[in-house]
Design a protein around this ligand. Structure first.
Ligand SMILES: Cc1ncc(COP(=O)(O)O)c(C=O)c1O
Length: 473
């Protein structure tokens, strides 16, 4: 019998459905009212957050679904988690919320303490500093800025070398050499790194994200397309990874705007849950290091436990750490970790904005970290993930045409598969009491919270079997 690591008494014992379709009548009325003032075309499910609890999401009609999408992979410990509710009611949190500081100018007296006992307590090995930000795109974008400033500073001859008059004047005209047009960030095809101007130029998942937005002329390398099951395609997968690394090296050496950094997701998430092996990532570390190019690992979606390690890149056994690791989502705050002090720009105000993060969210992340540690939720997620993967292997064997390319073995609950009728699969899931997300062209991606346990996995797998056996009914 698996040990219960957390008290589940605050969540229901299972899904419950009150209306024959979702949205039901109350949700439909509320959506139509909302649509008068707010674009609802991307709406998935109108949610009653006060009634949602633990792994379960509720709607205004009283439907309660097991949620394995979790606000696009961003809820770590369940809706209305009692421990987080009490952290939210502390004087420290109230102080943080109503007296929100401009962190670069007026950091709170205990900001160092808050960072060291929270965000930095879980810093990836070898990285001991942080720049705090507000969202995943912002974290990546500020990391890119740090990379550009680092590289130009090196080219100039060091932190002590002053900018020239020409650099300063040209920067005001958005022209070189001040506003550097001669450096780029390399990303991978089908990557997703966010939607702000700079981060969007490295995002390559879907045209709809990019259309009409001015973009930088930056290089993209092919991400290896692994074939499954991995054991049966070891040779061709290794060849695909080698070809990808060769392409990265070629682009570093030859692209007309040379990259100063490579950004990569440990698992390409929005792009369809595309995996690569630890050897591929070690190769990427080696090739970037050899050419003096920074490696930025985007852990916005993979970070904070879901892969069965706190940071997904811990699976790679890197000989030296990435130069920067970006985070957001389950951390509820955002930013990038780094270790090399040269990644701090040589002058103040080069990396700056009003809020530069948020102490209230940093306090929340600290409470999340404490709870993860107290309940050992990262190892738990590894165990539950193995259990879930085993069950899914069974389903894939029984319905091979419905659960294809099952991936994420040994990666906690960060599991996905391809479905030939993915959009219909996701829609139907609600009728069977589960809320599931998709990504890429045909992937069903599972992003449960860290409090997802074996009995939730049973409910999920049973619902998924019902989905695929109900097609023609
Ligand atoms: C890997 C990755 N990077 C960056 C982002 C962008 O984060 P945000 O939407 O918080 O700006 C996302 C969002 O899905 C992501 O998955």
């Amino acid at each position: 019998m698996a040990k219960t690591y957390y008290d589940a008494s605050w969540e229901p014992s299972g899904p419950s459905l009150k209306t024959s379709e979702i949205p039901g009548p109350k949700a439909k009325a509320a959506i139509s009212e909302l649509n008068e003032v707010f674009d609802t075309r991307s709406l998935n499910m109108l949610t009653d957050y006060a009634k949602s609890s633990g792994n379960y999401i509720a709607d205004p009609d009283g439907n309660v679904l097991l949620d394995v999408y979790a606000q696009i992979a961003s809820i770590p410990l369940g809706y209305n988690n009692p421990t987080l509710r009490s952290a939210a009611q502390s004087d420290e949190m109230i102080n943080g919320i109503i007296n929100r500081p401009a962190l670069g100018n007026f950091p709170p007296v205990d900001w160092a303490h808050m960072l060291k006992t929270g965000i930095l307590k879980v810093a990836p090995k070898g990285l001991n500093q942080v720049f705090t930000a507000m969202a995943g795109s912002d974290a990546n974008e500020t990391a890119y800025k740090a990379a550009f400033m680092w590289r130009r500073q090196k080219e100039r001859g060091g932190a002590h070398v002053e900018f020239t008059e020409e650099e300063m004047a040209s920067s005001m005209k958005n022209q070189s050499p001040g506003a550097s047009q001669s450096l780029s960030i390399l990303s991978f095809k089908s990557a997703f790194h966010g939607r702000l101007f700079g981060s969007l130029s490295t995002t390559r998942s879907k045209p709809i994200h990019k259309l009409d937005i001015p973009a930088f002329d930056w290089p993209q390398a092919t991400f290896p397309a692994l074939r499954y099951p991995l054991e049966e395609h070891a040779e061709e997968n290794a060849a695909a990874e080698k070809a990808s690394l060769d392409e990265v090296e070629h682009l570093i050496k030859n692209y007309h705007i040379p990259p100063c950094a490579v950004v990569v997701e440990p698992i390409q998430s929005e792009g369809g849950d595309n995996h690569a092996s630890p050897a591929f990532f070690r190769g990427l570390r080696e090739v970037t290091q050899r050419h003096g190019v920074l490696l930025i690992v985007d852990e916005v979606q993979t970070g904070v436990g879901a892969t069965g390690r706190f940071w997904a890149h811990e699976h790679w056994d890197l000989p030296s750490p990435p130069d920067m690791v970006t985070f957001s989502k389950k951390a509820q705050t955002a930013g990038y970790y780094f270790g090399n002090p040269e990644l701090r720009p040589n002058k103040p105000y080069r990396q700056f904005n009003t809020w530069m993060g948020d102490p209230a969210r940093a306090i929340l992340f600290r409470a999340i970290i404490n709870e993860i540690e107290r309940l050992d939720l990262v190892s738990r997620t590894a165990q539950v993930g193995d259990y879930l993967f085993g069950k899914l292997e069974g389903l894939a064997k029984k319905y091979p045409g419905e659960f294809m390319n099952l991936r994420g073995k040994g990666m906690g609950t960060f599991i996905a598969f391809d479905s030939p009728r993915r959009d219909e699969f996701l829609k139907r899931a609600k009728q069977f009491g589960v809320n599931i997300g998709g990504s890429g062209q045909m992937a069903v991606r599972l992003r449960p919270m860290l409090i997802f346990q074996e009995h939730h996995a049973d409910i999920l797998v049973e619902a998924m079997e019902k989905i695929v056996t109900s097609w023609d009914k």
